[in-house]
Each structure stands twice: as C-alpha cells, then as structure tokens.
Design a protein around this ligand. Structure first.
Ligand code: SF4
Ligand code: SF4
Ligand code: SF4
Ligand code: FES
Length: 951
C-alpha cells in the first residue's frame, strides 16, 4: 500500500455546456468554459508552479508564482486567474518565466526559517516543492533583513498548531475557512509586510474556529500543522475509508505509519464531502486506541461480580449455552437482539440473520427505532420508499431551503457547510425550530424566516403551510394531477382547507406568528426549487410519522419532488442509520423493507438460509424491556448500542436489564449498558473492519480495514461464531460475501458489490439492472409506489403537557464536538469544548428561578430527576429549556418519558414537561448511578465524573 496522493488542479472544476480548446506548451487541450489556464494545464499533465491556488477554492492571484506567457498578450498573466479561451496559445516555461518565478520564491524564502530538515512538513510542503520546482539555489537579499521568524506559536487548539514564522500569507487558510467551511474565523490583519493571519482576538481556541481542519488542509507550509504529525512524523501509506460518526458519511484517507494512524485527511473524491471534514471525523479518532478499550472477552455470573477474562471460545460457548438454556426454560421468544447504526451493513445484516435463523424468532430491533423510524414509515406511506429523496449535491440547484427540527452546523457539519455555500450564493432559507440555531444567523448567512415553534407543534405548522398553499392557489396542480393519487388528494385537500388548519387558527398551539408562517409558505411554494431537510426534531415526537408525511404532502403539493434541487431529506444522525434500516433490523421486516408476513419474501429467505422463519413481527426494544420487567424476556445480544444511556426513561430500561438472566454486550468500551451485562465481547472500531456504511443520501461507501482487530476477532466474525455455537453456522470468509448475499436477496441492492463500490467510489441505492450505477435522485417521472399518496395529517397535541408543577418544556439535541452517548468523543480531546452536558435556559426563566450562569440546577419531570449546570441563553425561547445527552452522568434520559410516535414507537425525546430549580447536590438517581457503575464496572467515581476523559 502506498500513500494516496491526490492531484491539486489549482482551481475548481467547471461544469459547463460550452467547451473551449486551447494550446498549452504546444499541446491541444479542451476544457469546459470558465476553466482557468492553470487547471487546463494541469488536466493536460503540465504542472504550473503555484502557492496561493488550490482546487477547492476560487483563485486569488496573490503569490505571482503561476505566471505564464500567452501569445498575443502583453506581460505574464497569472494562470490561476486567467480563463482559458478558444485558440489561446500558452507557454508555461521560458527563461523569462523561470527568472520571474525564482524572484518570487527568493522573497518568500528570505523570510522563512530554513529548518527544512527538522520541520514537521519536510516532504509534505508545497513551499519546499516550489523552491525545488523553480530551481531556487540562493537568496540574493540574504536572511538578515526584517522578518517574522520570532513570531510566537499558537498551541491553543488540541489538534493543530499555528506557527506564524512559517506563514507566507497566501490566504489559503482564510479562504478555506470562508469558502469551504463558512465560518469566517480567520482574517488577514495589517498591510504589506506587517500583514498576518489572525484567529479571533487572541488565539484559535478562543476564536469562532470550529476545528474543521480546512485551513490546515489548505496550508501549503508547516504553519498550520496537525499535532499528530508534529509528534509522530509523516505517514507512509493510506487507506480510504468512511467516517464512523454522523450520517453525512465523509470519505477519509486514514494516513498510516505501519499500523498507527498518523492523521485522517478528508478525501477529495468522497462524493458526500468533496474533501471537507468536521472536527469529529478529522481529529477525534484517538478513542480507537484509547486505554479504556476492552481487548479480552469477559464473563461473570452476576452483574455485581468482577469480570473474568476468558478465551473467545469460552465466552462464545458460554453465551450460546445461556441463550439455549433460557429458550429451553422460558420459550423461543424469551431472547432477542439489538443491532446498531454504528455497525456496518454486513454486521447488521448478520445480527438480524442470526436472530431470525438461530434464535428462531423476529425479536430484533435497532437504535434507528429511537431516531428515524418515523422517516421510514412516513416516506414509505407517501412516496413508497423509506429513504431520503436526493443526493447532497442536489442542493446546488436549490432555491429555497427549509431546515426543520435539525441543527446541521452541529450535527451534520460538512453538509451544513455545503448548505451555507448555497445560501451565500443566493438560496433562501426558512428555519423551523424552537431554538435559534446557528443557521438562523451566522456570518454571511441569515434565514429569511425563523419560525420558532413550540416543541410538539410540527404538524400544526406544516398543516398551516399546506393550508396557505392550497387556499391561496399556489399548488402545482399539474404535478399533482400527473403524479399523485387524485382520490387521496381530494380528501386531503378538503381536510387541509378547513379553517382549523389555517395559520391564524394554529398560532396559539404553535406559537408561530401567522403572518410569518404565511410568508414562509408562499416562499416555499413560489421561490423556485425548494428542498426540505429535517432531523430528529421531526421524528422524535408522538406525531413523528405524521410530521414526515406532512413534509411529503408539501413536496408533492408544490411539485418539489423527482428532480434535482428539491425533495424531502432526512439528515440521519448516526453513520449507518439508513443502512441499519435497509438491512432488515426491524422486527417486522427483512432487508429491503419486505414485511415478514409477505409469503414470497419470507420464502426467498427461507430457501436461502435453509431454515423456517416466523411470519409474525417480533418485539421492539421497548417491548423487550417491558417483557423483561414482566419476566418473559430473559436474554439479549446487543451489538454496538448503549440502550441504557440512549433510550428514554432510564429507570425502566435498567429495571428491564436487571431482570434478564443473560445480557451479552459487544462493544469497544464498558459502556452504561455493559454495567448490566454477563458476557462482554470486545468489538472493533471502524479502523479495524471491512464493510460498508450507507449515509443519509443512500450512498453506500466502503469501510476499509486500516489496522487488524485489536481484540483478535472482527465484529462479524463474533456474530458468526455465536451463531455457529447456537447450531446455525454462517460460514463467510469475508464481509464482501455477506454483501453478495444481501445483493442476491434485496432487489434495491441487486447491483451492489465491493468490487462495484471500489470501481465507482460509492453507490446510491437503488442499484440494479434499471440503475446499474445507482440512483442519486429518486421518484423521477414516477413515485416508487406509483402515484404519490397525500396522507391526512391531523394535528394531535402530545399528551405531555406543561402543568403548574412542570411548567417548562425540555427539548434535547447534540453539540458539534460530542457524538451521541459520548463513548467515542468523550475519550478524545474534544472534551476541551464540551466536558459536560449543560441546561440552556432563557434569561427570563432563569431570573424567575434565581438561577445564574453556571449554577447547578435540578431538572425534574414526572419520570425522574437529574442535575446539571445552567447556561443562560437567548437561543432559547421563554418556557423552553434544552440539553444534550452526551454524558452518562447527566442522564438526560432519566427525565424523558414513555410517550412515543403512534406509528413506530419512536420515543418522544423532544417534548418533556419539566421544572428547573437550584440544586445543592446531585440527584438521588445520580448518586445511585455512581454506586451502580462503581459496583458493576469497578471504575472509580472520579473517572466516571470526568467522563472517561483524556486521551
Ligand atoms: S479549523 Fe476550520 S473553522 Fe477553524 S479556522 Fe480553520 S477552517 Fe476555520
Ligand atoms: S497559515 Fe498557511 S495557508 Fe494561511 S496564509 Fe499562512 S501559509 Fe498561507
Ligand atoms: S460531518 Fe459527519 S461524517 Fe463528516 S467528518 Fe463530520 S462526523 Fe464524520
Ligand atoms: S497560484 Fe496563481 S497567483 Fe498564486
């Protein structure tokens, strides 16, 4: 394996209908019009020296190194800022050009430390390369003049340093922060010789910087440099893989020295990220080799016993014999399993196969149950398929963007940067969210409308928007007539036209001023291509599925479906939420969303798996826990999921876990769920596995093994071994064979294979004979279900109401630097930004309760109580408080309730009636939590309180 070097063409590619042909160094080159001479030269294999240009941002023309001669033109224009023209004759090399370029380099080098041999970028420095390329041999001005060599280094960011003495003020970092990331954290201060790069008033850590790494990537010198490279040296080979954090699914090069990761560099060919990254994927990978990793299988008889390390064989046989014993005593349905959206498609598929074939029941569920199950239900009912409609790049053709119940800058940062680019280009933005999320107003981006609805009123707001569009005659009647089921539409139109759905009638329930809502609806219907992007603020409600259908109704009503720039797009939380749903990990359906009661589908699986299968849906996660509390469910296999921390009503979850006789946890760390486990199988990080993840745009990307499994067995091998011990062998040699089986048994995956993904880079399903290279945009010409179906979306307020005792509404979400239950990010330096969950509260509510910034407060609901520190914030509206759920000790889910989506059972995390008061000490639950954790994991209290922090 070698280090993958990607070509830098100097300026961005252009997509244009018109082509121009020119001559570069005597060679004819044809490029799209708008292409720079520099890029045209590069595409023809001629590299013009450059420093300030790079191909993920517009040319700047400041360094003057890329000069060329053009026949018939005076002077020596910069090739990066000169556009290719038909018939142009360009010379990139001549004695005159060589002299000019050497002169430029002399100036740079006279103010640059000459410590190349000991510099961390030695061998990976464009300044060094250019000095060599132009043949620089000495500097006539000497090195003694005025210089910046003593400028102080900024080490404030944990992941990269800024060494101004090496800066050539090319502005690439500043432009990367603006154009690629959209944060505008950097500026060039001063003029002429005194000009320098500045991050905020003091340093990077104190600035607006979000540590995306785009500036580090862009820097042609060692000025901005990864700390890991400074400490360990440069990589010698790289492996292209997919980020294991969020549903954007960024492609990365894992850059390695032997089996050590030196850095993760975003891959330019990654179709979801185009070379961009966020702080999690780019820098927060140290958890993979954290000392807390469990590397030996372990068993114990009782959860209060110390763990006993055993061989793989003993652990697997023990788990299998316990499951067999339980089934013999309590019946076939007394055990089940849970897969995770962190797992690869192949691992997930294998877990559900083991449960259906070896356990002999359908008691399999996935964590998508608690996040995006309403997406599947809602989009399937209306469009006929359980997935988002567009690819991310489709946003380049969007004119109006609705963001509802999502906070992309924190939860889907790389796509948020893409979205911000489009908004800076002129797209209009409507934000529907109880909080003033960053997108409402961030540098050079401002929402046209922010509809700050009350949590729980999504359906009322979407219905009111549809009401405006129908009653004001703004619907796309032609589209509806041609593409939709007219009978369902007629019924729906009658329903939505009713006065009770008007903005004025729903204003008191939603809190959204009717005039703003009307204006937003008009913009959505008439502003050109309109796309909806949504997140868990839509799905995690008692009307989650109804809200998804409400968005689908809006898209059909306005013809915003089935072409580029439009659609209904779920922003999936975890890396493989889409995949875990596709792979059949719900109790009622096989891979490809075929119901277990569908005889032909079941027969196909029975024939392929050589085993009879059940035709009744099995238990969902919440049903398993209920049954455990009732004494009928006694054993569970949980791969990669921490249900104790992430599922609602923690007390009920732990009661269920404690009632079981055999809990098998397969994970990297002793997570909260492992406190209740009897068998622990050490799992692998994404760096240790081969497989695929499917991102929010249905894109199947490869996960490639960069290091061998640290515990000796890959996750799929563990599942296969357990299945074999249960009497149902699954003899695969490699995960590619599992994908081949998925493709054989799943029509939407029929054309997918590891070879095909390797060839194309990634594939968006459906991929089959009709679409051999995948499907970026769905429902073109016809919906998957034939005619699009409008669904009646009656607004039913949640039963969770504020009362005199619990007068505030709690809603929850994520923060950029932490990820879900914190198992990964809390074991990295990301804790510097967010070491604990805090409670955001509006100044008005805080003052009424005598709460000041940083006070410890008690957060109480009818379900439970926890404590955390207060952060007073005008992002909240009065009456609504907000927290994240990244740290186990906070126990945000101790207060969330048992209410759930009517169709799918997705918990209503986003609406809990609470009271907030000053607290003197931790809550009873927290005390008990510490005691249980100490007893069951032998981890000391101070370690628990600090998270498993530190790296
Ligand atoms: S790391 Fe990202 S956000 Fe921070 S300064 Fe660099 S480009 Fe800007
Ligand atoms: S820090 Fe790097 S990218 Fe930024 S101006 Fe200096 S040399 Fe250029
Ligand atoms: S945006 Fe998501 S997929 Fe991309 S690097 Fe960040 S966490 Fe990873
Ligand atoms: S690369 Fe063209 S002016 Fe710097």
């Amino acid at each position: 394996m070698a280090l993958i070097q990607e070509t830098d063409y100097g300026t961005p590619a252009r997509i244009a209908g018109m082509l121009v042909t020119l001559e570069i160094d005597g060679k004819s080159v044809t490029v799209p019009s708008g292409t720079s001479v520099m890029r045209a030269a590069s595409e023809s294999g001629v590299q013009v020296p450059k420093l300030c240009a790079t191909d993920n941002m517009e040319a700047f023309g400041s360094c003057r190194l890329c000069l060329v001669e053009i026949e018939g033109r005076r002077g020596t224009p910069a090739s990066c800022t000169t556009l290719a023209e038909p018939g142009m004759k360009v010379r990139t090399q001549s004695p005159k050009l060589a002299k000019l370029r050497r002169g430029v380099m002399e100036l740079y080098i006279s103010d640059h430390p000459l410590d190349c041999l000991t510099c961390a970028a030695n061998g990976d420095c464009e300044l060094q390369d250019m000095a060599g390329m132009v043949g620089l041999r000495d500097v006539r001005y000497g090195y003694e003049g005025q210089n910046h060599l003593k400028a102080e280094k900024d080490r404030s960011n944990p992941y990269f340093t800024f060494e101004p003495s090496k800066c050539i003020v090319c502005s690439r970092c500043v432009r990367a922060c603006e154009e690629v990331q959209g944060t505008f954290a950097l500026t060039i201060e001063g003029r002429g010789f005194a000009s320098k790069v500045a991050a905020g008033p003091t340093n990077f850590l104190e600035s607006e910087c979000v540590s995306c790494g785009a500036c580090v990537q862009a820097c042609p010198t060692a000025t901005l440099m990864e700390t890991s490279v400074i400490e360990n040296g440069l990589p010698e080979h790289s492996v292209v893989t997919t980020c294991a954090y969020c549903g954007v699914g960024c492609a990365f090069k894992a850059e390695m020295q032997g089996s050590e990761v030196v850095r993760m560099t975003p891959y330019k060919d990654g179709k979801a990220n185009h070379g961009h990254s966020c702080v999690k994927g780019r820098f927060a990978w140290g958890y993979a080799t954290h000392k807390d990793r469990i590397l030996k299988p372990m068993i114990r008889a009782k959860i209060t016993d110390p763990w006993q390390e055993v061989t793989w064989e003993v652990a697997i046989n023990h788990a299998a014999s316990e499951f067999k014993r339980i089934q013999a005593k309590y019946g076939r349905d007394s055990i089940g399993g849970i897969t995770s959206s962190r797992c690869t498609n192949e691992e997930t598929y294998l877990v559900q196969k083991m449960i259906r074939a070896a356990f002999g029941n359908n008691n399999v569920d996935t964590c998508a149950r608690v996040c995006h199950s309403p997406t599947g239900y809602g989009l399937n009912s209306t469009f006929g398929t359980s997935a988002g409609t567009q690819d991310f790049d489709s946003i380049d053709q969007t004119d109006v963007i609705i963001v509802i119940g999502a906070n992309p800058t924190d939860a889907h940062p790389v796509f948020a940067s893409h979205m911000k680019q489009r908004i800076r280009e002129g797209a209009r933005l409507i934000v529907i969210d109880p909080r003033r999320i960053d997108l409402v107003k961030t540098p050079h981006v401002e929402a046209d409308y922010h509809l700050p609805l009350l949590p729980g009123s999504n359906v009322a707001v979407l219905n009111a928007m549809a009401h405006v569009i129908v009653t004001e005659g703004l619907a796309d009647e032609k589209f509806v007539k041609e593409r939709c089921d007219m009978e369902a539409f007629a019924q729906w139109r009658k329903f939505i036209s009713e006065e009770r759905n008007s903005p004025e009638a729903t204003e008191s329930a939603s809190g959204v001023p009717a005039a703003d809502l009307r204006a937003a609806a008009r913009l959505y219907a008439t502003g050109g291509n309109a796309a909806i992007y949504y997140g868990l603020g839509v799905t995690e409600h008692s009307q989650g599925s109804t809200t998804v259908m409400g968005m689908a109704n809006l898209a059909m009503l306005t013809g915003n479906i089935g072409k580029r720039g439009v659609g209904v797009n779920p922003l999936r939380g975890q890396n493989n939420v889409q995949g875990s749903c596709d792979m059949g990990s719900f109790p009622h359906e096989f891979s490809g969303y075929r119901h277990v009661s569908d005889d032909s589908a079941r027969l196909m699986f029975e024939e392929a798996w050589h085993v009879p299968l059940q035709n009744e849906p099995g238990l969902r996660i919440s049903n398993m826990l209920d049954a455990a509390c009732e004494g009928t469910f006694k054993g569970i296999y949980i791969e990669g999921e921490d249900i104790v921390q992430s599922d609602p009503n923690t007390q009920h979850v732990t009661a269920g876990m404690m009632a079981m006789e055999c809990v098998v946890v397969q994970d990297l760390f002793l997570n909260e769920t492992a406190s209740y486990a009897h068998v622990f199988f050490p799992g692998s990080s994404f760096l240790e596995k081969d497989g695929t993840f499917t991102n929010a745009e249905r894109r199947i990307g490869r996960v490639r093994k960069a290091i061998p499994p640290m515990a000796g067995m890959a996750d799929w091998e563990i599942t296969a071994a357990l299945s074999a011990a249960l009497g149902y062998p699954m003899p695969y040699q490699h995960p590619s064979e599992i994908m081949d089986e998925i493709a054989r048994l799943t029509p939407t995956f029929a054309g997918v294979s590891f070879d095909k993904i390797d060839e194309l880079g990634s594939i968006q399903w459906p991929c089959n004979a009709k679409a051999p290279e995948g499907t970026p945009v769905m429902h073109i010409g016809e919906f998957v279900r034939g005619k699009g179906r409008f669904m009646i979306t009656q607004f039913v307020p949640t039963e969770e109401r504020t009362t005199g005792r619990y007068p505030l509404i709690l809603t929850t979400g994520r923060i950029l630097t932490q990820y879900n239950v914190g198992a990964q990010t809390a074991r990295t330096a990301n804790n510097i930004w967010h070491a604990e969950d805090v409670l955001e509260i509006h100044p008005f509510d805080a003052e009424n309760r005598g709460i000041r910034e940083g006070d410890r407060v008690s957060l109480t609901s009818r379900a439970g109580e926890t404590t955390l520190h207060a952060q007073i914030s005008e992002r909240m509206q009065p009456g609504v408080v907000y927290t994240t759920f990244h740290h186990g000790f906070t126990g945000a889910n101790v207060v969330t309730t048992e209410f759930e989506d009517w169709a799918t059972g997705c918990p209503e995390y986003k609406v809990t009636a609470v009271e907030v008061t000053l607290a003197r000490k931790m809550s009873e639950w927290q005390e008990q939590y510490l005691e249980t954790r100490r007893q069951t994991t032998q981890i000391q209290t101070n370690q628990i309180l600090t998270g498993a922090a530190g790296d």
